[in-house]
Design a protein around this ligand. Sequence first.
Ligand SMILES: Cc1cc2nc3c(=O)[nH]c(=O)nc-3n(C[C@H](O)[C@H](O)[C@H](O)COP(=O)(O)OP(=O)(O)OC[C@H]3O[C@@H](n4cnc5c(N)ncnc54)[C@H](O)[C@@H]3O)c2cc1C
Ligand SMILES: *[C@@H]1O[C@H](CO)[C@@H](O)[C@H](O)[C@H]1NC(C)=O
Ligand SMILES: *[C@@H]1O[C@H](CO)[C@@H](O)[C@H](O)[C@H]1NC(C)=O
Ligand SMILES: *[C@@H]1O[C@H](CO)[C@@H](O)[C@H](O)[C@H]1NC(C)=O
Ligand SMILES: *[C@@H]1O[C@H](CO)[C@@H](O)[C@H](O)[C@H]1NC(C)=O
Length: 609
Amino acid sequence: MRTICVLFFCFVSCSCQLQSTLEQFRRIFNLNNSPPVDPSVNLKKEYDFIVIGAGSGGSVVANRLSEHPDWSVLLLEAGKDEIFLTDVPLLAALQTVTSYNWGYKSEKMRTACLGLVGSKCNIPRGKGLGGTSIINFLLYTRGNRLDFDQWENMGNPGWGYEEVLPYFIKSENCTLCDDIDRDYHGFDGYLNVEHSSYNSPILKAFLESAESMRYKNVDINGGDGLGFSKAQATMKGGRRCSASKAFLKPILHRSNLHVSIESRVTKILIDPATKQAYGVEFLKNKKKYRILAKKEVILSAGSINSPHLLMLSGVGPKEDLERAGIPTIQDLKVGYNLQDHMAMSTLVFLVNESITISDLEMQRPRFIYDYIINGKGPYTIPGGALGYGFVQTKYNNTSDYPDIELVLGAGGLNGDVYGSLRNLLGIPNSLFNRVYLPHLGTPSFSIATVLLRPKSKGRVLIKDSNALHWPIFRPNYFQEEEDVDTMVEGIKMAIAMTKTKYFQKYNARLNPIPFPGCESLPFATDEYWRCSIRHVSTTLGHQVGTCKMGPKTDERAVVDAELKVHGIGGLRVVDGSVMPNIVAGHTNAVIMMIGEKAADLIKSKWRNV
Ligand SMILES: Cc1cc2nc3c(=O)[nH]c(=O)nc-3n(C[C@H](O)[C@H](O)[C@H](O)COP(=O)(O)OP(=O)(O)OC[C@H]3O[C@@H](n4cnc5c(N)ncnc54)[C@H](O)[C@@H]3O)c2cc1C
Ligand SMILES: *[C@@H]1O[C@H](CO)[C@@H](O)[C@H](O)[C@H]1NC(C)=O
Ligand SMILES: *[C@@H]1O[C@H](CO)[C@@H](O)[C@H](O)[C@H]1NC(C)=O
Ligand SMILES: *[C@@H]1O[C@H](CO)[C@@H](O)[C@H](O)[C@H]1NC(C)=O
Ligand SMILES: *[C@@H]1O[C@H](CO)[C@@H](O)[C@H](O)[C@H]1NC(C)=O
């Protein structure tokens, strides 16, 4: 990993000496010629709107609200600005060892992550302008039509598929050329969506093998709910297009928008008598600030930090707040309904030709050059994922609604020489040495199985009243046996794909070394997979649902269909935490859609005031 960084910087400096024009320099380091954010912005005492958190949700809201020239907007972000390294799509896993990751861990559970470091799950969350979209895997998906219809049926008018689709389109600048459903895409939004220019015979095998199993090759962000696609990615010219690059950098010149980085909000100010939110408290350079909001406070700190901040501010389950010594202003089920996507990313398939990638392979100067100078080559593979497929198991095969996603990885864990993937997933070195090291240097790929519609639900709880202490993260992954059943079927589908002639021409075979802790079970039986799922499956980082959207009659609801916190004035939540149910897809674009829709709701309230 360190070698890759050094090589990168060498290359950048060499190529800069060779072609030392300012333009070249700009192009390499600064996509969009985006200016850096001034860390010492002069803050005012009061703004119309204060947005907490510059992630996928917050960046969109700050952009859209500051379109109104008479409204002043303050965007507060705990982390820093992005850098050159966070832009490299293939190196996504590397970001989790940097300060761009909050670095949370789950509580110990009896049902999951048993074979991982400390028997806990790693819970990476992004910290910086762009939030988790700075460390994510760039995969662009929108979830299934039925996800949103279900949200609406749960008592949230305006959130059905037909009503949210225009907001997906509004955000998007689609630059995909081939085989897309044009009616479903946007072509002049802020968010660039493209394919990696890199093509691999493994992707071809994946798509062909899917077809032989009756799954079409489709535009999964179009009209089809099931099928396989080459990965669509939030990328521009082969570099990461984070929420910040898309929605903040192009508008930093707006004088009514102040962006303050390294500003950690510790409390939302709420008048206990009127239950009106009127400002925030935050720490910046060890100094405490109190800034007021004339119109609204918008909480976009993500699915772990948003519920935590609400609880610190007196909004949450009364019994928990009392335990932490915080006076309750509004008793709500904050932190409940936590849902996430677990994945088996640890299955490696060995092949007999160098058609895959590995850390060693990636040191080739040609690849590094191609990325830096042209924005092309294998470094532009989004998070290492070449393609994805949305499929159904026998447990839910009734409609056009997948319960499993299969993600094709261009390489396998046995190629993770520098340990960035191991680090992301929390794979202990002992496990790596036993299961993967014997195949070091053998070309391999992976197919990760993702449980799209889990039944298990978890919680985020407050530990104590110190805002700088971590909340408790209790995800309860695989607590429901049905989740394990579905996952087993998904794994068997992944393996079946590799047995078709399309993969067999590379002699694809599952790594035969069993996972520690499951060796006593006959290899590759259902019982073996059940054990493996509980030992070595990991989160895809899609935590949602902890400030659930729903009507007053829903006892778990925290915000209403306009994302206003029940019982509190002047306070909305706009991020992944408001999802009443997790979507059957990756969450970044969905949260940007939530940001777009929220901004319109806020505008329609204040436009004529
Ligand atoms: C490893 C990984 C891979 C992923 N891959 C994909 C993928 O390929 N495709 C996809 O669609 N999704 C992916 N995701 C998920 C997706 O990126 C997230 O769901 C999404 O970015 C979350 O958006 P958000 O606005 O809810 O929160 P975030 O983007 O996390 O934003 C919250 C922001 O608030 C800031 N903040 C928090 N607390 C405070 C505070 N007290 N004061 C000030 N600021 C604060 C945080 O620093 C952060 O910037 C991945 C996630 C992970 C972890
Ligand atoms: C959309 O992408 C194309 C190709 O990268 C680019 O030329 C265009 O400027 C982008 N549009 C917007 C609105 O960003
Ligand atoms: C759905 O699953 C059931 C139970 O396994 C099976 O009998 C049926 O054939 C499946 N239907 C389809 C369309 O795959
Ligand atoms: C299948 O999915 C539908 C839609 O989400 C759900 O109502 C139903 O309960 C599911 N069936 C099973 C057996 O899980
Ligand atoms: C890989 O294995 C397949 C199937 O056994 C075989 O046809 C092919 O020739 C092999 N390729 C190489 C490069 O050995």
